[in-house]
Ligand binder design. Structure first.
Ligand SMILES: Cc1cc2nc3c(=O)[nH]c(=O)nc-3n(C[C@H](O)[C@H](O)[C@H](O)COP(=O)(O)OP(=O)(O)OC[C@H]3O[C@@H](n4cnc5c(N)ncnc54)[C@H](O)[C@@H]3O)c2cc1C
Length: 327
């Protein structure tokens, strides 16, 4: 199969990039999305707070995504769902697979990387203790509550005060769980001020700054965690250890851009940030391969993702229309 533009990821970045490229005249645009629906992480973010910049109104995540999905459906932009991209080669051949078609090979004139990011897990933190049930990333807990309708636990400690953790503190409370505290290793929260007020202060959930989890208790199911204050070099101060009974620990300790495909292609990464290097046109070190959204760097607001993706789509369109000799 041949396409002008292949977009990997059908989240807000992929959707906005597809529309911008299509509106700039690219005829054959194909979005490849591994999930069963377009919309990316927005589908599970049922709280409001999205779209204040783009639409001048406060939308939920699914409402924000729907505005783009409806526009995509009114165009000739194609998309394949439940389709996982597994490789991109030097000649911009994309290999993907799904249940119906098996392995699919697509020859693209240009590619936009829009794979988003995933959450850092306990493995990335090295917290000692057993591996009992009851430890989730905040986004996984959000998926269970908002998509599957299941409450992952009743007595909750949250490690990390990023926005996802703050939002889940409120969500779990609204669903009847007791959120005992949010522990943050740094001297200030990494979350938006509005989320600290609306998700913690309004529900009287304590935020313990300069604190971390130093031990996990329980064999089959989590029964408690030990927290401790940390010193200036972020080392736990043993005398401050405190045992907190709980059956659930949610981790909100950062996001990692999903760059395995980008690394496989061999694009250049910044040695300090480990993020893809792009030029003023959001083009990676591989000509004709562009990147936008959370795969490029983690964005707090989806409005900024859409804006960046608009540009990536337009730049990809300009690249595709260039004569071969000038590429
Ligand atoms: C829990 C949470 C709460 C948030 N709250 C807010 C908020 O209140 N307000 C706000 O403005 N912003 C919020 N954000 C931020 C905003 O949602 C993100 O910045 C935005 O969704 C990023 O868009 P993206 O398209 O880059 O990534 P994503 O939305 O993650 O989309 C990436 C897509 O790529 C797909 N994909 C990845 N790899 C492959 C592959 N190999 N093959 C095929 N498909 C692939 C994924 O399945 C996914 O659908 C929140 C984010 C999270 C996680």
């Amino acid at each position: 199969m041949k396409k002008d533009l292949v977009i990997i990821g059908g989240g807000p970045a992929g959707l906005a990039a597809a529309l911008a490229a299509y509106e700039a005249g690219v005829k054959e645009v194909l979005i490849l999305e591994r999930d069963l629906e377009l919309g990316g992480i927005l589908n599970q973010c049922i709280h409001n707070g999205f779209g204040l910049h783009t639409f001048k109104e406060e939308l939920t995540g699914p409402e924000y995504a729907a505005r783009y999905i409806e526009r995509v459906k009114q165009t000739k932009i194609e998309y394949l769902l439940d389709t996982m991209v597994v490789d991109i080669d030097q000649s911009k051949n994309v290999t993907a697979m799904n249940r119906e078609q098996g392995i699919i090979q697509i020859e693209a004139k240009a590619i936009i990387l829009a794979m988003g990011c995933r959450e850092r897990t306990r493995g990335a933190l090295n917290i000692p203790g057993y591996r009992p049930a009851g430890i989730y990333t905040a986004g996984t807990a959000q998926y269970y509550v908002n998509i599957k309708g299941k409450l992952p636990g009743r007595e909750v400690v949250i490690l990390g005060s990023g926005d996802i953790g703050l939002i889940m503190a409120r969500r779990m409370t609204l669903e009847g769980a007791k959120v005992k505290l949010v522990a943050e290793i740094m001297p200030k929260s990494g979350g938006l001020k509005r989320n600290i007020v609306q998700c913690l202060d309004d529900f009287h959930i304590p935020l313990l700054l300069n604190h971390t989890v130093v031990d996990i208790h329980g064999k089959e199911r989590l029964c408690g965690v030990t927290i401790a204050k940390v010193d200036e070099s972020l080392k736990p101060i043993l005398e401050t250890q405190e045992y907190i009974p709980c059956d659930t620990l949610l981790l909100s300790v950062g996001l990692i851009p999903e760059n395995e495909l980008s690394a496989g292609l061999g694009i250049q990464f910044d040695p300090k940030t480990s993020l893809p290097v792009v030029d003023d046109h959001l083009q990676t070190s591989h000509p004709g391969v562009f990147a936008c959204g959370n795969v490029l760097h983690v964005h707090d607001l989806v409005d900024h993702v859409s804006k960046e993706a608009d540009k990536a789509g337009a730049f990809a369109a300009a690249y595709i229309s260039q004569p071969e000799a000038e590429k």
